[in-house]
Write a protein that binds this ligand. Structure first.
Ligand code: F6R
Length: 261
């Protein structure tokens, strides 16, 4: 795992956008795993800008989102399908047929989860998985005690997650309490992972995820087992990290980061 600290949220997000853009440029048929949430909104805004100004080409990529609320149809304004169309897909030259999210209103949720796993596998697996972190340490909607080897499945959301996301709903009480999410094992199968974390409210949890023990109580800590995981944080989120000097040294000196200075 590599942790890179940038001075503020804007610069952390810009670095993440440039890493993703580089991956798309070098692998035009990239299978890209995507997340939703507040942190990702600016990231997608930057990718849209890169498409408009620099011609970043999404035409051959395939995407798989991490999760979707159970019970929300795609056209619901708080569904993750709606979020993705609104923040990214409809502003770039992606082929909508190559964009994938779990179907939250599928009649058989277990069959839908199995279908999603198969679809990922048939595309050759995820090349780069983009991730955020929830206040309870979740990645996707892998809430505490999610098995490290879990696959795509239905998951009950924790009170912390419900408190985190309910304000985004016009009627907070109508936020679904369950979601379909890729499993921790599904995420760990990705060839590369890129996590973006900003803001003081994430400082405690990201320190546990990155520097604490690997534990299913903090699903994001499973990323310590991943052979190619980068974590980009801003100063606010980095406040509780202990090994800061080493992380700064890596960004300054490791050849792979030189092009991003
Ligand atoms: C949603 C997802 C979640 C979010 C996390 C952080 O697709 O993957 O794990 O990344 O809940 O959300 P924000 O950015 O709103 O704090």
């Amino acid at each position: 795992m590599e942790v890179i600290v940038r001075p503020n949220a804007e610069e952390a997000t810009r670095l993440a956008a440039r890493v993703i853009a580089r991956e798309i440029q070098t692998k035009p048929k990239l299978v890209l795993g995507l997340a939703t949430g507040r942190t990702m909104e600016r990231l997608y805004g930057m990718l849209v800008d890169m498409h408009r100004r620099e011609g970043l080409d999404f035409s051959l990529i395939t995407t798989f989102n991490l999760d979707e609320y159970i019970g929300l149809p795609p056209e619901h304004p708080q569904s993750y399908r709606h979020y993705m169309n609104h923040h990214l897909f409809r502003h770039v030259n992606i082929d909508m047929r190559n964009t994938n999210l779990p179907d939250g209103v599928a009649p058989d949720i277990d069959a839908e989860c199995a279908r999603y796993e198969t679809a990922i596998r048939e595309c050759g697996g995820i090349g780069l998985q983009v991730l955020g972190i929830g206040r309870d340490g979740h990645i996707g909607f892998n809430e505490p005690l999610s098995a490290m080897l879990s696959r795509t499945r239905a998951k009950a959301l924790t009170p912390t997650t419900i408190r985190q996301n309910a304000p985004l709903f016009d009627k907070p009480d109508e936020m679904p309490k369950r979601a379909i999410t890729m499993g921790v094992g599904t995420i760990l199968d990705s060839k590369r992972c890129l996590m973006l974390v900003t803001g003081t409210e994430k400082a405690a949890v990201i320190a546990k995820a990155v520097e604490g023990p690997v534990t299913s109580m903090i699903s994001a800590s499973a990323l310590q087992l991943h052979p190619n995981c980068r974590v980009i944080v801003d100063e606010d989120a980095a406040a509780n990290l202990e090994n800061r000097d080493y992380y700064d040294w890596i960004f300054l000196h490791e050849p792979e980061w030189q092009e991003f200075h």
